[in-house]
Ligand binder design. Structure first.
Ligand code: PMT
Length: 407
């Protein structure tokens, strides 16, 4: 009964996956929560109000003028007073647009607009093209800037027959995010954590550079999750378009692998845990031209490259007793063998391998599919999940297996 004494407003938007919301409603009620379902008019074309009434034992609302708590109560305000958290699963593209625009023409949108201090969790579900549409992504970013937490849609076979992003996250994952929101873990309290994230840029001349497709999303999620769990977090980031994650104590933006190495080594001794998620260039131009290199005829042009410093390997060499070192492995083949080689060669405690050829994994995605390898024990492969959920799974693993008392 993890949610005993907690009240959850469960918003249901229009999507074929609304049936999964009935399962979510049931799980929440079974865990002791008082669940108030609010179903949009369009969602009622997919599911029946009676199902949610039966599963929750509470009145179900749709229209903003309905008197869910009797004529003396203004329902959209009362829902907010009662709710510990508002969970919207599934959220359609239209619902995201209306929430981003501040509309309040039905009960669900009115409850969200009328209760700005409440935590709001949003699990979108829709057709891939609708999800990837710039308008939807704009609305998503607008809502994120307001502090709403998104539970990433999964990648898989959608109702219309195509495979892509847009599946509602599984009810179990949504339950886990609700639990994290209502009972945030503080199991990294007192720990100093350094995370590297993003790509590096190796200059060829004042105009051009060598880089890679890392967006920083995975590393930023790890940093944000650690901060939410009480750690003092230092983030060393290559160039990204992402804002500073919430709760970070120190952030350093760097350019090249050499810059990143300098920023990391200056702070590494003080850290209890270091997570190297950055996609650091393995080679940099041997010399950077001071002036823009001009095209000269049609002849081939070669750039001499020199290996960069392997930051993680050097951290492994310098590792002090009790310090925990976690690396990543971005692989396209022989995942297990390559990850285990890096685990040993770089003196790591844990390595997180992602097969970057898989849809929904690796670079510039909102989700990832990873396997965790340690020197002892069996590898653990996680299902596709949001990068934030992967981050929390890594921290759970650190707590279960690596962080021992008095370490
Ligand atoms: O940023 P996103 O778009 O969210 O994408 C996430 C990610 C794919 C970048 C991330 O999940 C990931 O896999 N990060 C590691 C990428 C990488 O460089 O892997 P690698 O197998 O080449 O390197 C192994 C480890 O050594 C990594 O921890 C890396 O940070 C480190 N390394 C590598 C080279 C180098 N010169 N110095 C290093 O410290």
């Amino acid at each position: 009964m993890i949610f005993k004494g907690k009240t959850i407003v469960l918003g249901v938007g229009a999507s074929i996956s609304a049936y999964k919301s009935a399962d979510l409603c049931s799980k929440l009620a079974q865990e002791g929560a008082t669940v108030y379902p609010i179903i949009t008019e369009s969602a009622l074309k997919f599911v029946g109000a009676a199902t949610f009434w039966g599963l929750s034992g509470q009145p179900v609302s749709t229209g903003v003028f309905e008197e869910a708590f009797g004529p003396s109560e203004i329902a959209h305000l009362r829902y907010g007073e009662l709710a510990d958290v508002i969970v919207i699963a599934p959220a359609s593209a239209d619902l995201l647009a209306r929430l981003a625009g501040g509309f309040c023409d039905d009960m669900l949108s009115a409850v969200v607009v009328a209760n700005p201090g409440k935590p709001v969790l949003i699990a979108p579900a829709m057709n891939t093209h609708m999800w990837q549409n710039p308008a939807t992504q704009w609305n998503r970013r607008t809502l994120e800037r307001r502090g709403y937490i998104f539970i990433e849609p999964g990648v898989g076979r959608l109702a219309e027959g195509i495979v892509g992003a847009g599946r509602l996250a599984e009810p179990a994952e949504i339950v886990e995010v609700i639990r994290e929101t209502l009972f945030p873990r503080r199991d990294l309290e007192g720990k100093r954590v350094l995370v590297t994230a993003g790509p590096t840029r190796e200059a060829i001349d004042p105009v051009r550079y060598i880089t890679n497709r890392s967006s920083g999303k995975m590393g930023y999620a790890i940093a944000e999750a650690a901060a939410a769990r009480g750690a003092y977090v230092t983030l060393v980031s290559g160039p990204t378009h992402l804002p500073q994650p919430a709760g970070i104590a120190e952030m350093y933006r760097v350019g090249s692998a050499a810059n990143m190495a300098e920023a990391v080594f200056a702070r590494s001794d003080a850290q209890d845990i270091i997570v190297a998620c950055a996609a650091v260039a393995d080679y940099a131009p041997t010399a950077t031209a001071l002036q823009k290199i001009k095209k000269s005829g049609d002849a081939d042009f070669a750039i001499a490259l020199t290996p960069t410093i392997d930051i993680l390997k050097e951290l492994g060499r310098r590792k002090r007793p009790g310090q925990i070192l976690i690396g990543f492995a971005a692989e396209t083949e022989n995942i297990a063998a390559n990850a285990e080689k890096k685990l040993h060669e770089k003196n790591l405690d844990l390595i997180v391998a992602n097969d970057i050829t898989k849809e929904g994994a690796g670079f510039d995605t909102d989700t990832n599919i990873v396997t965790l390898y340690q020197k002892q024990g069996e590898p653990v492969t996680l299902p596709i999940m949001s990068k934030r959920a992967v981050a929390d799974a890594i921290w759970n693993k650190v707590n279960e297996n690596l962080l021992m008392p008095n370490r």
